[in-house]
Design a binder for this molecule. Sequence first.
Ligand SMILES: [Cu+2]
Length: 185
Amino acid sequence: MTDQEPVAGRDRSARDRDAAHAAQRRGARTAERARAGRNDKLRKLAFGGIVVAVLAVGSYLAFGDFLRRPADAAASGVIDVQSSMAGFTPSEIDVTAGQTVTLKWWTQDAAMHLKNGVHTMVSPDLGLSESLPAESTRIVTWTVPDKAGTYDVWCETCCGGKDAPQMHGKIVVKPASASVGAPVG
Ligand SMILES: [Cu+2]
């Protein structure tokens, strides 16, 4: 039915009524679609909100722990060190002269890749000569000598040992009296 063509045998008011009803129905359908659209939009917003919340909680759990670690290490005095084919991780450790530190030293490497089946941690100047069996964790308690400075430490049982640059790390010994931000000397 179109409103433009006159319909034979029907009076104008009936036609107008039909047209009005049709328009009303169209209007109702449009409103219905608009409502459905809004609901859909709300659902998407809610879903988006949930996704954001889950990601926020997830990254807090993942990185919050990571971010807290330095403070915890400082509080507990435990320094986490990994040995791998890439050398020491971290490659630099900061300690204080005269302090007794605890190293949680670990590796995931298999014995077949290591000379004598161990990684080593060697720094003659600092009295360090330790070895770590393959695929293990060792707690090393070490009293830092009272001599501030920056020292070389290396592994001599893998990947070229002392001759390989990546097998070297750095141990920075800060003077016992050093306050935060003071130059290392
Ligand atoms: Cu090694």
